[in-house]
Design a protein around this ligand. Structure first.
Ligand code: AMP
Length: 215
């Protein structure tokens, strides 16, 4: 199955994508994580992306489209994939729909678009409590999912940080961008009957159970 999961910042799409890809045995592709990895490596792409990430802006379409296009061409995507945080704009959604589906597959290359819906107030609260490992990218929540050793990553022991783009001012900007550019994709996928809307305000286990039922 070829899937995409979208939602506002803090809606829990990363958490659900991680579980869903494991459950379905398909590749998890997070554009946010690919871009953060590039910034950690300090590559030319990472240096360009960092400015956009830290300002709460999207990385230009042509850059992200190129990344996703070449990633989807890799062999491990042949049996299905889950895109996490892509598409975020209409040109990105159209790029996916321009890829021809394989023989015996559905009419469209992308089978379903999942939208996690959570109120802005709840997302802001979640992001303020989110702590991230700068080394391996794992995330924690100081209220609902703290690390075992306070302030340290369970996997690698690095000191956890509040991501630059999870700071209140940037979160505000990310919401503006989400409402203007990503929210309209709900209508795009509804029209082609590929939309799955899910209430993401419950605990992760419940959201996941509901998601599996709907799929
Ligand atoms: P995420 O981890 O999905 O919340 O993404 C973090 C940041 O990476 C976003 O705020 C954007 O700056 C950038 N980003 C991730 N995915 C995309 C995309 N599909 N298009 C443009 N920018 C993206």
């Amino acid at each position: 199955m070829n899937l995409a999961i979208m939602g506002s910042p803090g809606s829990g799409k990363g958490t659900q994508a991680f579980r869903l890809s494991a459950q379905l045995g398909i590749v998890h592709i997070s554009t946010g994580e690919i871009l953060r990895e590039e910034t950690r490596k300090n590559s030319a792409l990472g240096i360009q992306a960092k400015k956009c990430l830290n300002a709460g802006q999207l990385v230009p379409d042509d850059v992200v489209i190129e990344i996703v296009h070449s990633r989807l061409n890799q062999l491990d995507c042949a049996d299905g994939f889950l895109l996490d945080g892509f598409p975020r704009t209409l040109p990105q959604a159209k790029m996916l729909d321009a890829i021809a589906p394989r023989p015996k597959q559905a009419d469209c290359f992308l089978d379903r678009a999942i939208f996690l819906q959570v109120s802005e107030k709840e997302c802001v609260r979640r992001l303020a409590n989110r702590r991230t490992c700068p080394k391996c990218g794992l995330t924690y929540n100081s209220e609902t999912h703290p690390s075992t050793q306070k302030g340290r990553c369970d996997a690698c022991g690095s000191r956890l940080i509040l991501r630059e783009d999870d700071k209140a001012k940037t979160v505000k900007e990310r919401f503006k961008v989400y409402n203007a550019l990503t929210q309209p994709l709900i209508a795009y996928y509804k029209q082609s009957q590929r939309l799955i809307r899910i209430d993401g305000s419950y605990k992760p286990d419940i959201v996941f159970k509901n998601l599996i039922n709907l799929l």
